[in-house]
Design a protein around this ligand. Structure first.
Ligand code: S3P
Length: 172
């Protein structure tokens, strides 16, 4: 297996953090979560960064820390935010310095997960439950072209995180 950084991308609720943790344990490679790294570096939660400084500031910091992490480490599993690949040329940066994997989930599955976890995510916290599925469908459509630039795509519907890790390992 040819290790360089492995970056997991995908829409909010696609299971990036869970799969990244399992994969890192399985391969005994360090794990970094970009959102956690941003929170530690900025000494603030993602929710508070969005609230106090706005999304544009968040996207600038997200790009800066992504660059730092990818240039610093050459052998880690990195899970990034759902929006990360879609701003500031981040997907091209990721593809240059890492192997990217898109965890692709259907709108229905994303909806089933996100309806329970809405409040933790500033981009959807304010969306009414009845509108959430339509929001996800539209938002995913806008982001899809960035996600599909990934080196590898793994479909996650009806698979356990363990099954996803097995499939992923067979591809990298
Ligand atoms: C975002 C996704 C979040 C976090 C921020 C913005 C997005 O990460 O980076 O709330 O734009 O989709 P998760 O995908 O881990 O929820």
């Amino acid at each position: 297996m040819n290790y360089k950084n492995i970056v997991l991308i995908g829409y909010m609720g696609s299971g990036k953090s869970t799969v990244a943790k399992l994969l890192s344990e399985d391969l005994s490679i360090g794990l970094t979560d970009l959102d956690d790294f941003i929170e530690r570096s900025e000494k603030s939660t993602i929710t508070d960064i969005f609230k106090n400084k706005g999304e544009i500031y968040f996207r600038k910091q997200e790009h800066k820390y992504l660059q730092q992490l990818l240039n610093f480490d050459k052998n880690m599993i990195l899970s990034v935010g759902g929006g990360t690949p879609c701003y500031s040329g981040n997907i091209d940066l990721i593809n240059k310095l890492a192997t990217s994997v898109y965890l692709r989930s259907s709108v229905q599955n994303l909806f089933n997960r996100l309806i329970k976890e809405k409040s933790e995510r500033p981009l959807i916290a304010h969306i009414a439950d009845k509108d959430l599925k339509e929001f996800i469908a539209k938002h995913l459509f806008e982001r899809k072209s960035y996600y599909e630039k990934a080196d590898l795509i793994v479909d996650t519907d009806d698979k356990t995180p363990q099954e996803i890790v097995i499939e992923l390992k067979s591809l990298i």
